[in-house]
Design a protein around this ligand. Structure first.
Ligand code: NAP
Length: 316
């Protein structure tokens, strides 16, 4: 780094676990760009000061992750209507006036969301188009929200949301109903029977819960001893480990299997392009993510937050 280095980063809390610095810095290095991507730890309640700080420090952009994706919105100068409808921002872009030009000294902050497009883009890059498909998604958290929004935007035929807490699935469906277009949205309780029934009728199964995440790598939403339908395509959003038990079950059944790194990299690549105007080398980004060390501190915190007890895992 030197005085000419352009800065971008990611703000969140906690942030030490993020794979984004490894992914983006590997791409900058491969393209021989004098850019650096830094993790920016921002406590809840500190978003206004953080945005002012990024602006003052001359950052070109910043990704925004949990828990700030909604809290950052009041601090933007510009929010495209499609992002405003979604209600969450994961990419900040600072546009500064050119030196000597009419707009010199100005700085406009725009909010974008690449999570929504990232899921669909990752599937399409694997040769799978979710348009017109019947989809069942397990989980109703933040990740599910982006995925469902993206599926509606490309015209999936139907999306059925199954969740351990069915009220949360229903609330998500109610919230997204106005943006669903032609896509039929349904909600239900996650049980072994409901999952098998819905998977039998669907073409694409998306796993968006934390089940199967390191260190509980032997857990799966799919009940043991029952083969997965071979006609299904299965996408697991978990990317630690890259190959989850669910994906192994899918491959053993002869089903198509897509891992969570695809979506992670696609949303990162879309942000990269918004800042630099260049589509990054996604194979380099994927290799950097796959090699990055696991942050044990984060994983312990996540375990505590979610109060995961796999001994009594609901589908076993
Ligand atoms: P979240 O908002 O905390 O939601 C967690 C979801 O998991 C909820 O639906 C929760 O159900 C469910 N869940 C947790 N433990 C469960 C269990 N034992 N049995 C059944 N359901 C359980 O989390 P998130 O932000 O949506 O993230 C979910 C996963 O997606 C994480 O593994 C994350 O790393 C991954 N993710 C991947 C990407 C990517 O780019 N690949 C992007 C974002 C997230 P309840 O509502 O009943 O609690």
């Amino acid at each position: 780094m030197d005085g000419e280095t352009t800065l971008v980063g990611v703000m969140g809390w906690p942030i030490a676990h993020s794979l984004s610095p490894a992914m983006h810095n590997a791409a900058f290095e491969a393209l021989e760009m004098n850019w650096a991507y830094v993790p920016v730890p921002v406590r809840p309640g500190e978003v206004r000061a953080a945005v002012a700080g990024l602006r003052a420090l001359g950052f070109r952009g910043c990704n925004v992750t949990v828990p700030h994706k909604e809290a950052v919105i009041p601090h933007l100068d510009c929010l495209p209507p499609r992002v405003a409808r979604f209600g969450a921002v994961n990419t900040l872009i600072f546009d500064r006036g050119a030196p000597g030009g009419e707009t010199e000294g100005t700085c406009t902050l725009t909010g974008e969301n690449t999570d929504v497009q990232g899921f669909v883009r990752a599937l399409r890059e694997e040769g799978y188009d979710p348009a017109g498909r019947r989809v069942v998604i397990v989980g109703a958290g933040g990740a599910a929200r982006g995925v469902i929004y993206g599926l509606c935007a490309v015209g999936a035929a139907s999306v059925t949301v199954l969740n351990r807490t069915p009220e949360r699935a229903q609330a998500l469906v109610d919230d997204l109903a106005a943006s669903a277009g032609e896509t039929v949205l349904r909600a239900g309780a996650l049980t072994p029977a409901s999952l098998q029934r819905q998977a039998g009728e669907a073409e694409l199964l998306v796993q968006s819960t934390t089940v199967g995440m390191w260190p509980h790598v032997e857990a799966s939403i799919w009940p043991e001893g029952t083969p997965l339908p071979a006609h299904l395509a299965v996408c697991d959003l978990v990317y630690r480990p890259i190959e989850t038990r669910l994906l192994r079950q899918a491959r053993e059944a002869g089903a198509q299997a897509f891992d969570g790194l695809g979506m992670l990299i696609a949303q990162g690549a879309l942000s990269f392009e918004m800042w630099t105007g260049i589509w990054p080398p996604v194979d380099v980004m994927r290799a950097a993510c796959a090699q990055a060390p696991v942050s044990y501190t984060h994983l312990r915190a996540h375990e505590t937050n979610c109060n995961i007890s796999y001994a009594v895992f609901c589908l076993r």
